[in-house]
Write a protein that binds this ligand. Sequence first.
Ligand SMILES: Cc1cc2nc3c(=O)[nH]c(=O)nc-3n(C[C@H](O)[C@H](O)[C@H](O)COP(=O)(O)O)c2cc1C
Ligand SMILES: CCCCCCCCCCC(=O)C(=O)O
Length: 364
Amino acid sequence: MEDEPVNIREYEEIAKQVLPKMFFDYYNGGAGDEYTLRENMEAYRRIMLRPRILVDVSRIDMSTTLLGYKMHSPIMVAPTGMHKYAHPEGEVATARAAAACNTLMVLSFSSSRKIEDVASSCNAVRFFQLYVYQKREVSATLVRRAEEYGFKAIVLTVDTPRLGRREKDIKNKLILPQLSNLDGLVSVDVGPKGGSDLEAFASQTLDPSLCWNDIEWLRSITSLPIILKGIIAAEDAIKAVEMGVSGIVVSNHGARQLDYSPATISVLEEVVKAVSGAVPVLIDGGIRRGTDVFKALALGAKAVLVGRPILYGLAAKGEKGVKSVLKMLQSELELTMALCGTTSINEITRKHVQTEGEKLRSLL
Ligand SMILES: Cc1cc2nc3c(=O)[nH]c(=O)nc-3n(C[C@H](O)[C@H](O)[C@H](O)COP(=O)(O)O)c2cc1C
Ligand SMILES: CCCCCCCCCCC(=O)C(=O)O
């Protein structure tokens, strides 16, 4: 019998072995030089933990809530497109695994399974991620369907007025699967011209004129809470709060959009301070260990989202693999909490981490 993977890196290795190169590169790649892609992970390694000792850690409670919904732990599933590249069941398998792990999944606009199929596959709490199509009515239709099928919030992605330049996809001539949610709604001209079909698709569909006023438009078509995903700067976080959003995701889209944007963990604290508790601040990008989750919580995140690790699990073993990835991160977080002397999420504080700047200052 094959050895079970013991960490996310080993799941990544399996995904690389089992997936066609074109699909693995699409999942794993980033924009431009992939500097931010590396930095998203490296920045976590520069933060050290400051454990406290002699605390009774015989019981650890990792549970938390987001917008009033309870989760087993603050580790959520990020919206990622096209799960059918990884497994024929696609997003249905992912949703079932998220439900089994009592966590929240954000379903991508570019899902390869229909909103309705994902909704009827299990009864987890789900949010719906939105891109704004040049023909606004297409996005409005999807919002209405998500609302009708019980999704609890709209996560509007704000870092993608145009698609980032992903050179691997261009070289591989990435082909698009059917984006089932858009059946009958969208007809675009993609095909064998060379280059990435995703890029061709995005350039004909994404609305680059999307701006702050459109938050009002979105509010006029839905009563669901709105979360903005893709904020990096404190000024934008303040503006988002002023616009009445219900949450913020500090994200650089897994380094797939603007290369040389900062690692998300390096700007989290600035955003958390700017928001000063008005709305929950979430983070994603580069989280591969329970210790990473702990560091993000210590720097003020309410919860984290993971993208690629879910896809690795899905490619390796379908629903079982996604479950295993989520459980792995949950149990790594639990152990980190125990070894840091924290028994609940609220007990994780700023004092449990030391950033590189603090380490250097302490030497002066
Ligand atoms: C293959 C892939 C597809 C993605 N698709 C979407 C998407 O459809 N919508 C979106 O808002 N973000 C999308 N993202 C970004 C993720 O939501 C998330 O921000 C990112 O994956 C977090 O970084 P991580 O992969 O290092 O965990 C995608 C990311 C990947 C890797
Ligand atoms: C508004 C119409 C659809 C826009 C398609 C954009 C493609 C994004 C694909 C998924 C993604 O975000 C990624 O990083 O890849």
